[in-house]
Write a protein that binds this ligand. Sequence first.
Ligand code: FE2
Ligand code: FE2
Length: 278
Amino acid sequence: MNIYKVLPDLKKKKHLSIWHKALRSQWSAEDLNWDVPQRITSDKLKDQMARLLTPIIMGEQSALYSVSGLIPVLGHQSDVESQFYLTTWAVDEARHTELFARYYHRLGREPISIRRFPSGYLFQSAIVSKDAAEWLSGVLISEVMAKLIMEEFRRLDLDPVLSEISNGILEDEARHLGFNHIYLEDRFAGLFKKGAADGRSFSQHLHTRLQNVLDQVKPVLDALDPEIKAVGIDRQWLFERLSKEAKERLEKSVLCGEKVALGSAQAADPAQAAAYGR
Ligand SMILES: [Fe+2]
Ligand SMILES: [Fe+2]
């Protein structure tokens, strides 16, 4: 049995606040009305949706595996507040996996097999890491992608159940992105307190990881190009928006961490500390 802190100090207020929010926001696939008539009735569109949703259901399952694997890792590091939050993140990804599995049943179709969709597998493999910060910088691509696609599904309103799924997932993804920022900001604050070089080099490392994951997106979009067009999503817009938003989010976490570090290092000068937002 591994208990690294018998009495956790629970000092990380931002982590705890998003954990409490996640606890209060839980919902179930059973809350949806699965009996509402299907709007996607043509065989062709069903086939296209089955292909298009493949990287999404793969992403949900992959996130469930990664988050579940990181829960004990954070425990070993005595980061109990992050560990708490990740328990809800795992529940969220399990719910998303169930939602899409049930949606496939509704379509009466199956996802593309891994053998026929190697780019989807390689994309998810590039994200995996046992270091929480490394994983979070890679999963930013997958999470921002999920957010953009769910926003598109909501706009296109292809099927009432899919729109309802998208609405629920968007709420969950907003929290995942929120925690991504909170964790990385805190991690960078610690590194920048040690020295600017430590913070800078880890930032470079994470930006490289993010770019490596982003490089795996184009082959996925190539494989699904006809389906993306058929449902009315602009592929170029999607990729550019994904690239811009994910990079900006990572850079914001780095800069906020640096500000926290500078603010606390110069806390003796209240005016300076206030300028850094502390
Ligand atoms: Fe998800
Ligand atoms: Fe997620």
